[in-house]
Design a protein around this ligand. Structure first.
Ligand SMILES: NC(=O)c1ccc[n+]([C@@H]2O[C@H](COP(=O)([O-])OP(=O)(O)OC[C@H]3O[C@@H](n4cnc5c(N)ncnc54)[C@H](OP(=O)(O)O)[C@@H]3O)[C@@H](O)[C@H]2O)c1
Length: 345
């Protein structure tokens, strides 16, 4: 049995990790950490897990890294980086769900996160944990940076067009809608019921921190520096993330040809479902699963591809993708513990 621990087990992504890991056949859960809930039982803080776990929540310290094989960090960004070097020294391997090790350039991190990176040398070592693009490096990685929810949806939608050069990477516009759980369990004004319910709002336009992460991966695929337009919106739903990505085509391609291309690109991917021509992505049909559904269209009047992708922000956008990465790191079948169908209705 592989020993796993979670730092930040009481947040939304931590609880979602636990929901998956308690049924995973190849792991045993060792330690669960919290910040404000230290000393309480996990089932008190996450009543959905009552009967599955009986762990007392402990503070995060270096010893956690010594008694597990895989440690998930489900902490707020900037909280992870202070701990990672000493945790790695303990001998564990880490999947970090925060943004602290996703950007390979410490200067870009500093610009967007308004703080100096404390261990920039590890940014060179960390592997961006999007299995569809980095599978071979994830398997042997010591530190995997689990992608952000928006980047997962947008990169998977755009990659087949950018890698082939069919799409003009400079023209990418990503219009995205997220459920409120994307902001985490901590309290904030914008995520209160009365503020989020029955309204839709744009936020972070031209300055959301997921933009440089999307640009890093799209630039790698395009083999040059790319900037994109990324517009996130908050939707009055608990979970789900829909991305509509617009990309100008460099040549005439019709919808059916584009669809064939996407099907071929993701043919071997267990968790990407390319929808039949004429169907578009819907968050309802991926909820609670590790799937990313992708629907393609071409507006032939202006030669623009319109790609829709739907994920569950807490699953393929965070925790189930982290388990997919863990499976790769442990040399297990990639789908173990993740092959449950979505919850609908
Ligand atoms: N929510 C999403 O859809 C999503 C998607 C992708 C990535 N992420 C990323 O995943 C990470 C976790 O997100 P979340 O939504 O699960 O957050 P969350 O619900 O706010 O949970 C944060 C967790 O970290 C603990 N914590 C808070 N401050 C800490 C500190 N200074 N030191 C140690 N532990 C601390 C909290 O413990 P207490 O409860 O005891 O205070 C809680 O367990 C974030 O970096 C987020 O950006 C989230």
């Amino acid at each position: 049995m592989n020993r796993v621990s979670i730092a930040g087990a009481t947040g939304y992504t931590g609880i979602e990790l636990l929901r998956l890991l308690v049924r995973h056949p190849s792991v045993r859960i060792v330690s669960l950490t919290a910040e404000s809930h230290v000393g309480r039982n996990i089932a008190e803080v996450a009543p959905s897990l009552a009967g599955y776990l009986d762990h007392t929540l402990v503070p995060l310290d270096a010893s956690i890294g010594q008694d597990c094989d895989i440690l998930f960090l489900a902490l707020p960004h900037t909280a992870s980086m202070a701990h990672v070097p000493e945790l790695l020294q303990g001998g564990c391997r880490i999947v970090d769900l925060s943004a602290d090790y996703r950007l390979h350039d410490s200067q870009v991190y500093g610009e967007w996160y308004k703080t100096e990176h404390q261990n920039p040398e590890l940014l060179k070592e960390s592997v961006y944990g999007l299995p569809e693009l980095h599978r071979s490096s994830i398997g042997s990685a010591r530190l995997v940076a689990n992608p952000g929810c928006y980047p997962t949806g947008v990169i998977l939608a755009a990659a087949p067009l950018i890698q082939t050069g069919w799409g003009d990477a400079d023209s990418i516009v990503a219009d995205c809608k997220s459920g409120v759980s994307g902001a985490g369990r901590k309290l904030s004004q914008t995520t209160q019921f009365c503020e989020a319910n029955e309204g839709v709002s744009a936020y972070g336009l031209a300055e959301h921190r997921h933009a440089p992460e999307i640009e890093q991966e799209i630039s790698r695929l395009a083999a040059r520096d790319i900037t994109i337009t990324f517009s996130p919106h908050l939707m009055p739903m608990t979970r789900g993330l829909l991305s509509t990505v617009y990309v100008n085509l460099k040549q005439e391609i019709d919808r059916d040809r584009l669809h064939e291309h996407y099907e071929a690109f993701y043919e071997k991917e267990p968790f990407v479902r390319v929808l039949p021509p004429g169907r578009f992505a819907n968050t309802h049909f991926v909820a609670g699963s590790n799937f990313c559904d992708i629907g393609v269209q071409v507006d032939t009047r202006n030669r623009r591809a319109i790609i829709t992708s739907a994920i569950d922000n807490l699953m393929k956008g965070a925790s189930s993708q982290a388990v997919q990465n863990m499976n790769l790191m442990l040399g297990l079948e990639e789908t173990v513990g993740l092959d449950t169908p979505p919850v609908f209705p």
